[in-house]
Design a protein around this ligand. Structure first.
Ligand code: ZN
Length: 236
C-alpha cells in the first residue's frame, strides 16, 4: 500500500471517533438548559398552586370581615326597632335590616366557597409538590449523569487528540495536508473503493483510474467527490 495511507486510515478512524465525542459534548449545554427550563417551570407550577390557596384564604378573610360588620350593623338596627316613631322610619329600618341579612347571607356563601377552594387548591398543591419533588430528583440525577458524561467525553477527546498527533506525525506532510484539506470539506476525507464504486459518493470509478488505483503507488482522488481513494485490496 501507498506509504502513509494506512496511517491516514487510522487517522480517519480517530477523527470519526473524535468527532462523535465532540458533537456529544457540544450537545450537553442544550441538554442542561432543558433541565434548567424544566426546573423553572416546576417552580412556577408550585408557586401558582400556592397562589391559588393564598387567594382563596384572602377572599375568606375579606368575607369574614364583611360578615362581622354586617352582623354588627344588623344588631344595631334591631336595637333601633323600639325607638322609631313613624311608619316610614320603621319601613326604612326594616329595609336596612333586610339588606344587612342579605349581605350576611352573601358573606356566608363567599366564606363557604372560599373554604371549598382552599380545600381543593391545597390538595392540588400537595399533588403538585409530590410531582415536583419527583421531577427534581429525576433532573438532579440527569444533571449528575451529564457531569459524569462530560468528564468522560473530555478525557476521551483528549486521548483521541494526542493519538491523532502521533499518527499524523507518521504521514508524509504533503499527504497530511491533502487529507486535512478534504476533511474540512467532507467529514471523511478517505473513501474505499468497493466493486469499482467510490463509497464516499457512490459513483463509479472510471475504468482507467481504477486500473491505476490498483497498480500504482500514488494518491488518487475520486473524480466526483475528490476524496482520497483507498483501493479495495488495502487491508481491513
Ligand atoms: Zn467519490
Amino acid at each position: 500500500m501507498l506509504e502513509g495511507l494506512a496511517q491516514l486510515i487510522e487517522l480517519q478512524e480517530i477523527d470519526v471517533a473524535l468527532g462523535t465525542a465532540e458533537s456529544e459534548l457540544a450537545k450537553l449545554p442544550e441538554a442542561r438548559g432543558a433541565c434548567a427550563a424544566r426546573r423553572e417551570s416546576a417552580a412556577e407550577r408550585t408557586a401558582e398552586a400556592k397562589t391559588a390557596v393564598a387567594g382563596a384564604e384572602g377572599r375568606q378573610r375579606t368575607a369574614e370581615t364583611a360578615l362581622q360588620d354586617q352582623e354588627a350593623l344588623l344588631a344595631k338596627l334591631e336595637n333601633q326597632q323600639h325607638q322609631v316613631k313613624s311608619n316610614d322610619a320603621y319601613t326604612a329600618l326594616l329595609r336596612e335590616m333586610e339588606e344587612a341579612k342579605e349581605a350576611i347571607s352573601a358573606a356566608e356563601t363567599q366564606i363557604l366557597e372560599a373554604m371549598e377552594t382552599i380545600e381543593s387548591a391545597s390538595s392540588a398543591t400537595a399533588a403538585v409538590e409530590i410531582e415536583v419533588a419527583a421531577l427534581l430528583e429525576h433532573l438532579g440525577a440527569e444533571e449528575q449523569a451529564f457531569d459524569v458524561r462530560e468528564k468522560e467525553l473530555a478525557t476521551r477527546a483528549e486521548t483521541f487528540r494526542s493519538e491523532r498527533q502521533t499518527v499524523q506525525d507518521r504521514v508524509p506532510p504533503e499527504l497530511a495536508i491533502q487529507y486535512e484539506r478534504i476533511a474540512k470539506r467532507c467529514t471523511t476525507a478517505l473513501a474505499r473503493v468497493v466493486k469499482e464504486i467510490c463509497q464516499g459518493c457512490r459513483m463509479n470509478i472510471p475504468p482507467q483510474l481504477y486500473i491505476e488505483l490498483m497498480n500504482t503507488e500514488q494518491v488518487h482522488v475520486c473524480p466526483n467527490c475528490r476524496r482520497i481513494l483507498i483501493p479495495e485490496s488495502s487491508g481491513n
